[in-house]
Design a protein. Structure first.
Length: 585
């Protein structure tokens, strides 16, 4: 049989203008006042369908065109149609299309759509987009026709119920064949109060750390190995640890130990044995740690006491040798001596200048050699001068030895004043003919005596400064050394006192290590009944889980089988070739 030949698109368009009229009449009430735009859009869609249709597809053009027009025009139900114009190839059909638009406008103005999705009592093939203008609630059959998955999910309801039933049967079978489990419980006190007495921390962090350590020690490998050896169990420490559960009771220091076994006496014996082995292991570790701490602090305390004695001995020897209390006055003495030397130097300079003036005066007087020799050679003048020089030297020595405020110095100063008066008297008597020469001679003798005294004082002060400068430097160094030794003694004493306190704490801990702070509040007893299987809870959870999984699977299957927009449903595609001849007739 030869393959069907494609027809001219314009011929197909002209032959199926009736399909366009039926579809437009069905949708015209939703676009009241836009009949012309609706007809123009339908014409463009019909021309496109005539161009794209192929006879080899097996679907008559009438059914294809009706499905295409219905699905595409239903997309514009919820928004106004845009202004459109006919292409040039459809210009010969403009009058006929205008007649269809006028007829549709007249018919749409007097009625509302009774059944949206039908045209002339015949169903629109391919209408699968939900209608937003339907006034009545849709039935389940209409929901399925529009592509909603909820109607399609009903066909999977038996499978979902079967899944729920299978799950419940599996839960019952598992509960029936699972052997009973016996759980014995023992309650322990972690001993937080005893730890505070032994120097442990009382804050929440320290308490939490202690509780965590005890919980870990209850299931440690050493304790579990000892339990396996005592009870002659075939378990390994790992498998035995899975049969034990340790939990804390509230915020108190109580612990709950739960042991599982296939028999009630075995569960109680297992729990009590774990507690006994833990207490034995805990006591041994506590005693060993306490004795080790005590020995360590004893050795440290002895070393600290030795260092303290050495520091105190060094400080005592330094104080005995250096006498820092007396050396503290050396800087003051040095400063006073420097001030006295400066004063003596200024006095010597003034005396030297006055002596030069007197010498010039005497030089002028001595131009008469006979007078000068007569005055200077007088025995009384020579004796008074010597007396004045001796007193001036004695006064300088007395000031250096006893100080300027000493009574000895004051007596010498009085004698010196009388000697000067005697000198002037003797010179005056010797030079009755020339009193000026006597006065100059007296002043010369006095100034020489003063100069000699100032030189002697200056020499004494220089010697004193030469002796004080090294002592002052050494005193400064000794003061620094004394402060360092004092600080070393204080540091050693503080370290020794701290170690003494730690030693006392460790000694107290070693004395109390034999009594373990962890105690048994309630030993494990034989449980009266096995642990509940919680069958009702398991059945409810299994039903909910299987129902949720089944519903999700059916929903996914319904979504997968739902028709995509623009694609005719399988029922319509199967029925279209059958009733297409009737529609054509």
């Amino acid at each position: 049989m030869p393959a069907p030949q494609p027809q001219d698109p314009l011929s197909l368009f002209e032959a199926h203008l009736g399909v366009l009229a039926r579809v437009v009449q069905a949708l015209a009430p939703a676009h009241a006042g836009q009949a012309r735009a609706l007809v123009t859009l339908a014409a463009l869609l019909l021309l496109r369908a005539a161009t794209e249709w192929r006879p080899a597809s097996g679907l008559r053009f009438s059914a294809y065109a009706e499905a295409t027009l219905g699905s595409e025009l239903l997309r514009h139900l919820d928004r106004p149609l845009p202004p459109l114009a006919l292409p040039p190839e459809l210009a010969p059909f403009a009058s006929r299309l205008q007649g269809v638009a006028d007829a549709v406008a007249r018919e749409a103005s007097g009625r509302l759509p009774a059944v949206v999705g039908q045209a002339g009592g015949r169903p629109l093939v391919g209408v699968s987009v939900p209608l937003a203008l339907v006034p009545e609630p849709a039935s389940p059959g209409e929901e399925a026709a529009r592509g909603l998955p909820w109607g399609r999910m009903r066909r999977h309801l038996p499978a979902v119920l079967g899944l729920v039933l299978a799950t419940e049967l599996g839960v019952l079978a598992h509960a029936w064949h699972t052997p009973p489990v016996w759980v014995a419980r023992a309650t322990l006190d972690s001993g937080l109060g005893a730890q505070r007495l032994l120097g442990g921390g009382g804050d929440w962090f320290s308490q939490g750390t202690l509780i965590a350590n005890v919980m870990e020690l209850l299931k440690c490998r050493t304790v579990l190995t000892a339990v396996i050896g005592t009870l002659k169990l075939a378990d390994t420490p790992e498998t035995l640890a899975r049969r034990l559960t340790v939990s804390r009771l509230g915020q108190a220091g109580l612990l709950r130990l739960e042991a599982e076994a296939s028999e009630a006496p075995a569960a109680a014996e297992l729990a009590n044995t774990v507690v006994r082995e833990f207490l034995r292991y805990y006591a041994s570790t506590q005693s060993l740690d306490a004795r080790s701490d005590q020995a360590f602090f004893e050795s440290q305390t002895r070393a600290a006491a030795r260092r303290l004695r050495e520091a105190e001995g060094a400080l005592t020897r330094f104080r005995r040798d250096r006498v820092p209390e007396l050396q503290a006055a050396l800087p003051g003495r040095t400063s006073d001596t420097l001030a006295q030397r400066d004063e003596a130097a200024r006095s010597l300079a003034a005396t030297t200048a006055a002596l030069a003036v007197v010498q010039r005066e005497l030089a002028a007087i001595r131009r008469d050699p006979l007078l000068s020799e007569r005055i200077l050679d007088q025995q009384a003048v020579v004796t008074a001068g010597d007396r004045l020089r001796d007193l001036a030297a004695n006064l300088a020595d007395a000031k250096a030895l006893y100080g300027p405020a000493s009574p000895v110095v004051k007596g010498l100063q009085a004698q010196l004043a009388r000697a000067r008066s005697q000198l002037r008297t003797s010179a005056t008597e010797a030079t009755e003919q020339n009193p000026a020469l006597a006065e100059a001679r007296a002043r010369l003798v006095q100034l020489r005596a003063d100069a000699a005294m100032q030189r002697a004082r200056l020499t004494s002060l220089d010697a004193t400064l030469a002796r004080l400068h090294p002592q002052t430097r050494q005193a400064s160094q000794d003061h620094v050394r004394h402060d360092q030794l004092t600080r070393d003694v204080k540091v050693a004493e503080g370290h020794y006192m701290e170690l003494q306190t730690r030693l006392g704490q460790s000694t107290l801990a070693a004395m109390g290590a034999t009594s373990v702070p962890v105690s048994v509040v309630d030993p494990a007893v034989v449980p009266p009944e096995p642990e509940g299987a919680k069958l009702p809870l398991k059945l409810v959870l299994g039903a909910l889980l299987s129902l949720g999984l089944g519903g999700l699977a059916s929903y996914v299957a319904a979504l997968a089988s739902a028709r995509r927009p623009g694609q005719p449903p399988p029922e319509a595609a199967a029925e279209a070739p059958a009733d297409a001849p009737a529609r054509a007739a």
